[in-house]
Design a protein around this ligand. Structure first.
Ligand code: TMP
Ligand code: MG
Length: 210
């Protein structure tokens, strides 16, 4: 049986990642499963959720970084099994968010290379779609923006910049940038559908790893 494909939707906060991930899932039906990182339902995920939503719950930047990575590792073998069973796995955020949000904090010693290290060896997606918008100022208007720890315009601007450095650091020919500014949900979906369908129809053997 052909293995399933690993499709990653990445990007800044509130660029429509979750909406499009759901649309891909509906388009693929029961051939696919959708997983979201952080997965807030595990014990590690509960800690991450607390960190993101409770400004009184402090952790060193290194510790929360490692928890986000640990959260990916705890699902790695499940993702592997799903792919081997022929299911396509759609991920809503993954390694690139992990590296970019932490490195954007600009903590001495916590550079991109340090941040990437604990994720080395995780399954690498067959396709990564990076959702980007022209500037972060429109974020202010998105419903609910500002409720969680990293939802601050200044920080988002740094994350945007850091993502492009992360992409320089981690090479990947199977990555595409999707500019979502001024595009409706349907327009974005029309743009990405041929991209993920092409990957799904490929006959790939074996896996690649970060
Ligand atoms: P979410 O809004 O997609 O649920 O993600 C929650 C926040 O966590 C978001 O601001 C991005 C951030 N994040 C990290 O800092 N590191 C990670 O590894 C992941 C997956 C997300
Ligand atoms: Mg969010």
């Amino acid at each position: 049986m052909a293995r399933g494909k690993l499709i990653l939707i990445e990007g800044l906060d509130r660029t429509g990642k979750s909406t499009q991930s759901e649309k891909i899932l509906s388009a693929l039906g029961d051939e696919a499963v959708l997983l979201k990182f952080p997965d807030r339902t595990t014990r590690i995920g509960e800690l991450i959720n607390q960190y993101l939503t409770d400004s009184n719950f402090e952790l060193p930047a290194q510790s929360i970084h490692l928890l986000f990575s640990a959260n990916r590792w705890e699902l790695n073998s499940e993702i592997h099994s799903l792919l081997e069973a022929g299911k396509h796995v759609i991920l809503d955020r993954y390694v690139y968010s992990g590296v970019a949000y932490s490195a954007a904090k600009e903590i001495p010693g916590m550079d991109i290379s340090w941040c990437f290290n604990p994720d080395k060896g995780l399954l690498k997606p067959d396709l990564t779609l990076f959702f980007s918008n022209q500037d972060s100022s429109s974020l202010q208007d998105r419903e609910g923006f500002g409720e969680e720890r990293y939802e601050k315009i200044e920080f988002q601007k740094r994350v945007r910049h850091t993502f492009s450095n992360v992409f320089d650091h981690i090479s990947d020919p199977n990555r595409a940038i999707v500019d979502v500014s001024d595009r409706s949900i349907e327009e974005v979906f029309r743009y990405i559908e041929p991209l993920f369908r092409t990957v799904i129809n490929k006959d790939l053997e074996g896996f690649t790893y970060f």
